[in-house]
Design a protein around this ligand. Sequence first.
Ligand code: ARG
Length: 493
Amino acid sequence: MKKKKLWLSTILLIALVISIIGHSNSLKAASSLGKDTLTMITSPDYPPYEFYDTKGGDRQIVGFDIDIAKTLAEKLGFKLQIMESDFNGLIPALQANRADFVMAGMTPTPERQKNIDFSIIYYEAKDTIVATKGSNLKQPQDLSGKKVGVQLGTIQEQNAQKIAKKVAGIQLKQLNRVPEVVQEIKSGRIDAAIVEDTVAKGFAQANPDLEFNTIPSEEQSGSAIAFPKGSSFVEPFNKVLQQMKDEGTLNKLVAKWFSQNTANPVSSTPAKGGLNLDFTRILPDIPFILRGIPLTLLFTLLSVSLGLIWGTILSLLKILGIKPLTWVANAYTSVFRGTPLLLQLALVYYATPQLTGYDISALQAGVLTFTLNSGAYMSETIRGGIQAVDKGQSEAAMSMGVPYWLMMWDVILPQALKNILPALVNETIGLLKDSALVSTIGVVEILRSAQIVGANKYIYFEPLLFAGLIYYVLVMGMTLGASALERRLRESE
Ligand code: ARG
């Protein structure tokens, strides 16, 4: 009876995995050759170029670049699919052929051109210094001895480095997203930031305590569309872009996005000292954050079940007594326990397409990494559980002529599992919370949703606290469920 249930759940699980993999395969099929859909990747932290519109719980990326991309796709007869990542992950995504093009206010530079191709420039830009009003940080030389923030992987980072070579004592702080950079000025952790003019303008309008001053420079910079090296799309894109310039469509979009203020204002005056929480400001965004829950749960369920299977296999390899197998399993465990999970995640996500040619989705990369990692931890727990089962039982079974595998499956493993149930619950709770790490590769789960809302509204505390509450409720629910299960198991003994 019990075994039947076990089999049933295993089959269900496999079906689930296949359906997830199948689903992302269909995305992939659409973006491979002969396709009707173009995949664009962007970093939606950059109003008015691209940013999130979260009104009404929707998750929509909008902006100047998005409108251009839509027009381009339409004129070329494609559907458009938009993916996201932090800015510093865009070029790796192109190199891994994970997207057909990037639009993210990206500036062509000689270094970038070594790895990717660019279209013609569609909008000119200049760098500015953003600082609080009255701080008198207006020119590069004013930055001497100051902390200066920039977005990681941008030309603003490079330019700041160049300035730092000429002006003494500048301390750079690289952050992943532009709203974070602005927030750091407001909270006084940095003195100034280098930000592109149109973006700076929006933020300064939305935050009256900030000002920006253009850095004089001979160098031209501007935004262009980026493609994987050798892409056949460069030419048709250029043609349509030129057409949009000539017809004035581009100018219309410039007027639409750059004359209005798109950056969101900051909560009145930021609370200095005392805590003034205002959850009503995130009320409209709560459905948006809640939408991360099913994904987080599915992710945890998959990783735990697959990790358990993999961990069991590893633990058997360890106790079989065949030297090379034990050695391999031990080495595996030591590598996966000895390196950071976050690093493993980035490696699996970014290296898989390059090594295998398979375009692994962020969610798949997450499940795979968490399975590999938790398998390593669980294998030790399970090994302990197996070894704790009374030796007499296996001896008895063996002397009755029961084959080794049958004895393992029927006698030893069920007891071991029962013994290590609390440890497994711990592992599951750990995985549930660690699932927040997949937000770094662009999966919009609970934490990432909260961060998006925070970035849009300039309130960090409330959405993060709310996300914390969701995690806590989920973990509590799981703990209660687990103790009920444990009780039932004990009663059935
Ligand atoms: N133009 C700059 C660059 O290419 C910054 C672009 C940042 N874009 C963004 N979506 N955050 O490096």
